[in-house]
Ligand binder design. Structure first.
Ligand code: ZN
Length: 422
């Protein structure tokens, strides 16, 4: 139980309005970006290091002790009432894509710090510690890797090649060495005794904006399948009679429309996307002989996703037979999604409703997040914050100050009741 009215508890002075947002804005420029004039904060780079130094200052001001773990994650620790108290972990990622917005990732870390700052100012402790973590490598924007920071913490690292190189030719081993780490030390970042992981993040979709809601509670993160699809026909002169062609591009077009139709005919959280189409040797006067396109399939339920994949394979096989081309599928990625913990989601929804007066929508995240990795180590839940137009991975990324404060107050309310039987 939370002990109320403990000696030393005092009324908490209000936090500066939307400070989580203004701090993200401050982190949007050099030295917290490795680009002049835009935001790019790749994992283990100079901007990442400068960001951790600044975030450490804010964490200490909020009453936390600060450490950087073996995977270059920054961890602020706000002790609980006992030394061996379990840990409620709040966080998100601090790395970014190239030409990024300021709130994707960083906002979740800043909101965690604000929640702790609130309790620190009130002199309040809980039967659990509160740790705030800023992961790196969520975006995989420097090396062809993915979520190494959270994978190390959750204890589910995948084999990784230390000789992978970034765009400048620096190897992963060299980048880690600059931080005093190696591939072999990454697993030491693994954490135990995590009671729950809570990640606040901008929505990266327009559902909340359309619903007129500041906040949403995530019920799960979609599983993803990615293929490289090759359509092989016969390159021929544009004068070839229409009935004698094996046109790889026209066949791809028919296949892509079938993929769109299959995605649209499933449940709302099933989405199918072809984002890249390449025609080898394409020319205005040549019937295409070879086309390659990407295929991305996502759904919360992997059986729905896999069912759609089978339907797509059948549809494209039909196209191949009719048009005399061959179609091959090469699987490039199979990411399992994760369901949020139902009790945590209910508690977070109640906390959000107390703040906003609205029942927050239950959402499926189509984007991947550290939370899907952390689900391997602890029950987890995510809070989504409305972002203008659903735009992210873009300098136009925008959040409203009042939404940011609603998210902060929701986290505070959630923490106050965390671990208390309903
Ligand atoms: Zn993110």
């Amino acid at each position: 139980m939370i002990r109320e009215n403990r000696p030393g508890m005092r009324a908490s002075p209000p936090l500066p309005p939307a400070r989580a947002k203004t701090r993200c804005d401050a982190l949007g420029v050099a030295p917290f970006s490795d680009r002049a004039g835009s935001l790019f904060r790749p994992w283990l780079g100079p901007a990442h290091r400068a960001t951790l130094e600044q975030v450490a200052v804010w964490m200490r001001e909020a009453g936390m002790t600060v450490a950087v773990d073996q995977a270059a994650n920054i961890v602020g620790h706000y002790p609980g009432l006992t030394r061996d108290a379990p840990v409620l972990l709040l966080g998100s990622h601090l790395d970014s894509v190239e030409n990024a917005g300021r709130y994707d990732g960083a906002l979740g870390v800043m909101l965690g710090i604000e929640a702790v700052a609130h309790f620190h100012a009130a002199g309040r402790r809980f039967p659990f510690a509160i740790d705030v973590i800023g992961f790196g490598d969520e975006e995989g924007s420097r090396f062809p890797t993915y979520m190494i920071g959270s994978r190390a913490v959750a204890g589910c690292l995948l084999p990784v090649d230390p000789s992978l190189r970034d765009a400048a030719g620096v190897t992963l081993a060299e980048a880690l060495a600059e931080w005093g780490q190696t591939i072999e030390t990454l697993p030491l970042a693994r954490r135990g005794r995590i009671a729950a992981y809570v990640e606040a993040h901008i929505e990266q979709a327009p559902h909340l904006e359309r619903a007129g809601q500041a906040l949403g509670v995530v019920r799960g993160i979609a599983s993803q399948l990615r293929y490289r699809v090759r359509v092989t026909g016969q390159a021929a002169h544009a004068g070839t009679a229409m009935g004698e062609r094996q046109d790889a591009l026209a066949a791809s077009a028919e296949g892509i429309l079938a993929i769109e139709r299959i995605g649209a005919s499933g449940p709302p959280d099933l989405v199918t996307t072809v984002g890249v189409l390449t025609v080898a040797g394409g020319a205005p006067n040549v019937v295409a002989g070879d086309a390659v396109f990407s295929l991305d399939i996502r759904a919360l339920d992997p059986t729905i996703r896999d069912g759609a994949a089978r339907e797509i394979v059948e549809a494209l096989d039909g196209v191949a037979v009719r048009r005399g081309v061959t179609v091959t599928f090469e699987r490039e990625q199979d990411l399992s999604g994760a369901r949020c913990d139902a009790a945590l989601a209910a508690a977070l929804a109640e906390a959000a409703e107390r703040v906003t007066g609205q029942i927050p929508p239950s959402l499926v995240s189509q984007a991947g997040h550290d939370a899907m990795v952390m689900a391997h180590a602890a029950p987890m839940v995510m809070l989504f914050i409305r972002c203008a137009g659903g735009i992210s991975h873009n300098p136009a990324e925008s959040v409203a100050p009042e939404d940011v404060d609603a998210a902060r107050d929701t986290l505070i309310g959630f923490i106050e009741r965390f671990g208390v039987p309903a």
